[in-house]
Design a protein. Sequence first.
Lengths: 109, 169
Amino acid sequence: TVHTSLDVVDEKISAMGKALVDQRELYLGLLYPTEDYKVYGYVTNSKVKFVMVVDSSNTALRDNEIRSMFRKLHNSYTDIMCNPFYNPGDRIHSRAFDTMVNSMMMQVC
Amino acid sequence: PPPNSELFTLTYGALVTQLCKDYENDDDVNKQLDKMGYNIGVRLIEDFLARSNVGRCHDFRETADVIAKIAFKMYLGITPSITNWSPGGDEFSLILENNPLVDFVELPDNHSTLIYSNLLCGVLRGALEMVQMAVDVKFVQDTLKGDSVTEIRMKFIRRIEDNLPAGEE
């Protein structure tokens, strides 16, 4: 699911074309729904892509909550990049990041 | 305007991680950081004395105050608190609630014995040596290792009588 959605992200980015230049972050919204999942995308001006997969049965989750979750992820990601021991591209092994993700998940589940 | 603190933190981080790549074990990195700190300290003291205009300290308690309230404030923008004086007045602790060197840093599991901020110990040791004080400085608590605060223990060893020229390690 995640891999397919990355293709959709790329499609959306190329489709939006000029609009990209004006916006610094791109909340891509719902990428596509499947039977079991809803997939949301977010791209930064540094071309880092965040993909969020949400169970379809979760109808309570609102658009602005998802935007704020992406913003939190983006901020935590920036902090991780500042860890001198982190090599860009590595799998993320950060206590701070895990704590933030867990608390975010607790809020929405 | 003062330079950005993130650049400072990232620069220090780059230094430590490069040392980790160059030396194969944490212990050697710790020693190098101490050495580098020492070389900074023996030079920084001149700048410090010129800028702060403090006079000679009469005892180790005064030294502690000057280090915590003037030196740390001047160079790192923080004011550690002074605690845990030994009965003889020759040992005390500096408690740092936050340490700008370690912003955003998380120690990976394979570097659990790394004393990330060890440069600071060398700086203090080198600086005090230039004012005729031989001290021992070490970290006893570290937020990077899960402790709630960072604690540096400083111990006065002896007065240095000979006026040798600036040391180098």
